[in-house]
Design a protein around this ligand. Structure first.
Ligand SMILES: CSC[C@H]1O[C@@H](n2cnc3c(O)ncnc32)[C@H](O)[C@@H]1O
Ligand code: ZN
Length: 432
């Protein structure tokens, strides 16, 4: 056994208590073997004056959209997608997506994220980039059929299913997959009815955008006479292991349906605020027993991938929505961003205890904005910034040490991303 000892820090336990302890991880199995003060490891990672937490889980992202950060702002979802994002995305080439994925991976890992849910294009190449950077991910090809001929629409579903079947378990199990139709209004009903059962036969879960805006809910109610998640249920799209993104405009019946079916919600508060989509009823979801994770969505609607921003946003807007300052409390958001997200993605991580995957982040507590340290869970929810992350560990491997990413050349990744972003936008603008 080759071990990593994360030494001399305070450790956040699953019950949200904090105590001084070392964490010992087996680098071969990638799992935590001991949490205590007798651990002795082959390699030491210094966590003195630090807090060891489960790595944050970004439950919903389009990571390569880092290339479109700041390209189109201040519009609502539908106009933003149709006028700016989709026309530009038609110009994307595989190398652009790899460059954007690497840039996103640097940002995520340096901000303490160890796992993500990612829906985008060119998934074999982007999944390889994520895994090589050191991240764990559940990935899928985003399937859109609106505006496409039947044959092209079907081909998109075939790609989604093939990618999900072929990549599941790749990169020593760091990559898992899902069938990812973009949304209930942008993926055709007849093809969903055909492909969802095929995904089930292969044991593949589903992930899709749902109930994000009122404009997306109303046409379904008008056309089908049921709420969007009732429609999803009719199509067999609400099964244990599935998770939706957003769930902003969910009514009581839909919340109960999610709870009954064991389907979780990736809550994306910053994206929902920026696109003025609305505020998800997070406290109601939690009270109903729905598993909630937290996501950034893509960097073009956020505009960064700092998951600590999301924790804070989730707590703040959750209170506003509930009209109750005690709603979406600090322990609840910290749990959502760690164990909640890990449950949504189906990873055995998100908690620091023997047997769990050693996906961890170490927060440097020596900062003016983290002083005094009355309550470290409060700090995680309301005061810690991504730039306070000192080390990030995935599968027992140190990926970020003293804020330096070890798996990628950060300067080269930034240069490449700049180059690809510039040429992508030039191509898109010349074709307008
Ligand atoms: C088909 S791959 C994913 C697809 O989703 C687009 N997208 C980015 N952010 C959002 C959002 O908040 N709601 C819906 N769709 C979104 C992205 O640009 C890709 O086209
Ligand atoms: Zn999204």
């Amino acid at each position: 056994m080759s071990t990593l000892q994360i030494a001399d820090g305070a450790v956040l336990a699953a019950d949200m208590s904090v105590r001084s302890a070392d964490v010992l991880a087996d680098r071969e199995t990638g799992r935590i073997v001991e949490v205590g003060d007798t651990a002795r490891g082959d390699e030491i990672l210094d966590a003195d004056s630090g807090l060891v937490i489960p790595g944050l889980v970004n439950a919903h992202c389009h990571v390569a959209m880092t290339l479109l950060r700041g390209y189109a702002d201040d519009k609502p979802l539908d106009a933003w997608l149709r006028e700016d994002i989709w026309p530009t995305e038609t110009e994307l080439e595989t190398d652009d997506i790899v460059a954007g994925t690497r840039l996103g991976a640097v940002e995520l890992l340096k901000n303490g994220v160890t796992a993500l849910g990612d829906m985008y294009f060119e998934v074999p190449e982007s999944a390889a980039a994520l895994a090589e950077a050191g991240l764990r991910a559940r990935v899928g090809h985003g399937i859109v059929t609106v505006g496409k001929e039947e044959v092209t629409a079907r081909a998109d579903f075939e790609t989604g299913l093939d990618v999900a079947r072929e990549l599941d378990g790749a990169f020593d199990g760091r990559i898992a997959t899902a069938l990812m139709p973009h949304s209930l209004t942008t993926a055709a009903a007849d093809l969903l009815a055909e492909y969802v059962p095929r995904a089930r036969e292969a044991g593949i879960p589903l992930h899709y955008h749902a109930n994000e805006t009122r404009d997306e809910v109303e046409p379904i109610v008008e056309e089908r006479g049921v709420r969007p998640l009732e429609y999803a249920d009719e199509l067999g799209m609400l099964e244990e292991g599935d998770f939706i993104a957003h769930g902003v405009h969910t009514d009581r019946t839909e919340i109960e349906l999610l709870a009954e079916r064991g389907v979780g919600v990736a809550h994306c508060p910053a994206s929902n605020m920026k696109l003025a989509s609305g505020i998800a009823p997070v406290q109601e979801l939690l009270d109903a027993g729905v598993t909630v994770g937290i996501g950034t969505d893509g960097a073009a609607s956020n505009n960064d991938l700092d998951a600590f921003d999301e924790l804070r946003d989730a707590a703040m807007v959750g209170k506003l929505k509930a009209d109750d300052a005690s709603a979406v409390s600090a322990p609840e958001v910290v749990r959502a961003a760690t164990a909640g997200g890990a449950d949504l993605l189906g990873f055995d991580s998100g908690r620091i205890e023997p047997g769990a995957l050693a996906d961890l982040a170490v927060i440097d507590l020596e900062a003016a904005h983290l002083t005094p340290a009355h309550d470290l869970v409060s700090h995680l929810a309301y005061a810690v910034r991504g730039s306070d992350v000192r080390h990030t560990v995935v599968d027992g491997d140190v990926i970020v040490r003293d804020r330096e990413i070890l798996t990628l050349d950060e300067a080269a990744v930034r240069r490449e991303a700049e180059r690809h972003a510039e040429s992508l936008i030039a191509r898109a603008e010349s074709n307008r």
